[in-house]
Design a protein around this ligand. Structure first.
Ligand SMILES: [Zn+2]
Length: 362
């Protein structure tokens, strides 16, 4: 399934006919999808009919820039090497690496990838669009901000919650980085010790943007207590928890189902996105946990991904997660243990549901 075969729908579910569009974007007249998925996914090449999605990756980074951020990420910077400058790198190399990686997962049938790098940690919408066009794999870009300790872009540093909300809404409804490329969801992050004061300013802005657009918020939260503290702030803003994703669930080694059930019961998607070589939880632990979700009738709340960063800046910040792992190694185990329907629900259906475009975006 390549991008030029996708159907691009309007908000009413009726397809646009764009005779002038040729090449990659052969628009065709189609009615609403017959899958019961009466919504679209906002990608860097435009709205996508979920009926076109075969398999998906819920949380990856084609590029991550850690140079404005916590020096622990590149503590191994070689002696004498110059300090990296945010965004100052060879984009041809980054784009090529991303294209290669995307083509590798495309070989497993993946044709939708959610990219989790917001501005401040490397989002480059034009690069994502280029990679999508060259591979035929749809990519969802992130609005939102990474946490305070990791660098907020200077132009946003003084924004209050309402100003940030307006900024996020613009990115979700109009475009990012001076382009018409829309973001498809809002990324946030909380440190292991919980939210810092400025994080709360960002969370409140994100919740208000979500309330206005209906867009999903995904938050990086390794420690359950930190997630709880962040969730309380979002709850205080009346965030719709069915539009909320706990990214990095279980990454601290937590395998107690009740910790996840507390939130899954309330509609939150639980994203086990450390599925890679020597990942946490282990494959066996995760397969057991999935069994518990299924028994509790909460299988539709699980997301799975590798959380790989394909091209990290500086290179010393590169880590080893394998973007191929969820399909190459985990999916066969998932199918054997829980069946093909469950694999399809977790690796495809849940992803398109979790990241569907905001209900109030036209
Ligand atoms: Zn991530």
């Amino acid at each position: 399934m390549t991008i030029d075969r996708r159907r691009f729908l309007t908000s009413t579910g009726t397809a646009l006919v764009a005779g002038a569009m040729t090449g990659q974007h052969a628009w065709s007249q189609q009615s609403a999808p017959a899958t019961g998925e009466d919504f679209v996914i906002e990608t860097v090449t435009g709205p996508l009919d979920p009926a076109e999605v075969d398999w998906a990756l819920a949380h990856e980074h084609l590029h991550g820039d850690f140079s404005g951020s916590n020096p622990r990420m590149w503590r191994s910077l070689p002696e004498g090497e110059e300090e990296p400058v945010y965004g100052d790198l060879d984009w041809t190399v980054v784009t090529g690496a991303a294209i290669n990686a995307v083509n590798e997962v495309k070989a497993y049938g993946v044709n939708l990838i959610v990219d989790y790098s917001p501005s401040g940690v490397g989002r480059n919408s034009r690069m994502l669009r280029e990679v999508s066009r060259r591979t035929g794999v749809a990519i969802v870009a992130a609005s939102g901000l990474y946490r305070t300790a990791w660098g907020i872009p200077a132009e946003l540093a003084d924004y209050d919650s309402d100003q940030l909300a307006a900024h996020f809404v613009r990115e979700l409804t109009q475009g990012t980085e001076g382009t018409s490329i829309r973001a498809g969801f809002i990324k946030l992050s909380v440190g292991n010790d919980g939210p810092l004061p400025h994080d709360e300013v960002v969370y409140r802005g994100a919740a208000r943007a979500s309330n206005e657009t209906g867009s999903t918020i995904g938050i990086h939260a390794i420690m359950p207590d930190a997630f709880r503290a962040a969730a309380r702030i979002l709850e205080d803003e009346q965030l719709d928890f069915s539009r909320f994703i706990w990214a990095h669930a279980g990454r601290d080694g937590t395998v107690d189902f009740e910790v996840f059930r507390e939130f899954a019961d309330r509609g939150v998607y639980i994203s086990f996105d450390g599925v890679t070589h020597r990942g946490t939880p282990t494959d066996e632990q995760l397969l057991d946990l999935i069994g518990q979700f299924l028994e509790a009738d909460l299988g539709h709340r699980i997301l799975i991904s590798a959380d790989a960063t394909i091209a990290a800046h500086p290179p010393a910040a590169q880590y080893a997660s394998d973007i191929r792992y969820p399909y190459r190694f985990f999916k066969p185990q998932l199918e054997e243990r829980h069946g093909g329907e469950v694999a399809r629900m977790i690796l495809r259906d849940n992803v398109v549901q979790a990241y569907r475009r905001g209900d109030r975006i036209g």
